[in-house]
Design a protein. Structure first.
Length: 279
């Protein structure tokens, strides 16, 4: 066993001892985390405070990040667990041997495999989990597909739906808009803004958008509102984003990218188009 392989084996054993890869909701710890050393990524390591879980999510690629924002928006998804481990490792080794596929390894030492997302969906009758692994079409080479076949068999034996999500299955416009409003989901991210202020400002701000949205840009409406209400510049923009993120206000965010320099039509009632959509 090489030194690198030995170190990785011990590192992953420590992850298991620390409780990574188990639990749900706010208590779940991703098996691989953004601050870990020597993790494979595409330069898009990001941390995002979850809308559904309230904990920090760790994504290791641009496509994972985009898919996370998409899942945050879907009402039918009630829990998101990223970097989910396929344990015990002996099971994936057994599957790999049966398939005649080389197991994921570092210098010949088998390593714990992980999948990108384990999602819990809620329907009127029950809750159930699905597995979604994220990969752009250009990177679906033979070796990647071999490893995915191990995943598919592993979760198939557990009776869990599994599939690959490529970039064409992620709604880019929606994702860009969710990312734009993501930081305003929680009031504590903006100094001086609390629920009382949001309550006082929301109705007159909404009326400004209803009256002027066709001709006036988002930025100008919000800056005008800040001056009229005696607020720090940027406060009304934050409240707009907060109400959209929490689905108190609606906009056609799946059809047009929100640009602060352009008009935006919003309403108090939102569409339920994405409430039951499957991820």
């Amino acid at each position: 066993m090489s030194k690198r392989g030995s170190r990785m084996e011990q590192l992953q054993k420590n992850y298991i001892k620390k409780g990574r890869g188990v639990g749900s909701g706010a208590d779940y710890q991703p098996f691989i985390q953004a601050h870990d050393n020597k993790i494979a990524s595409e330069g898009w390591i990001t941390r995002h405070k979850g809308w559904k879980t309230g904990r920090t999510h760790h994504t290791l690629s641009e496509h994972e990040r985009k898919y996370l924002y998409y899942c945050e928006w879907l009402d039918g998804i009630v829990d998101i667990r990223e970097q989910w481990p396929l344990l015990p490792i002996e099971r994936t080794i057994e599957i790999a041997n049966k398939l005649g596929i080389e197991h994921a390894n570092l210098d010949g030492t088998p390593v714990v495999m992980t999948t990108d997302f384990r999602l819990t969906l809620s329907s009127p009758k029950c809750k159930f989990d699905v597995i979604r692994t994220i990969k752009p079409i250009s990177k679906l080479d033979c070796r990647t597909l071999e490893l995915f076949e191990i995943e598919r068999v592993y979760f198939g034996e557990e009776g869990i739906d599994w599939c690959i999500i490529t970039e064409d299955k992620i709604p880019d416009i929606l994702v860009k808009n969710v990312e734009w409003m993501a930081g305003a989901k929680y009031l504590e991210t903006r100094r001086g803004v609390n629920s009382e202020l949001v309550s006082l400002v929301s109705e007159p701000l909404l009326q400004l958008f209803i009256n002027d949205a066709v001709e006036t840009s988002v930025m100008n409406i919000c800056l005008s509102a800040d001056r009229n209400f005696g607020l720090e510049a940027g406060t009304s923009m934050f409240i707009l984003q907060h109400n959209l993120a929490n689905k108190r206000w609606g906009a056609e965010i799946d059809k047009k990218i929100i640009k602060e320099g352009e008009p935006l039509v919003i309403s108090e009632l939102r569409s339920s188009r994405y409430s039951s959509q499957f991820a």
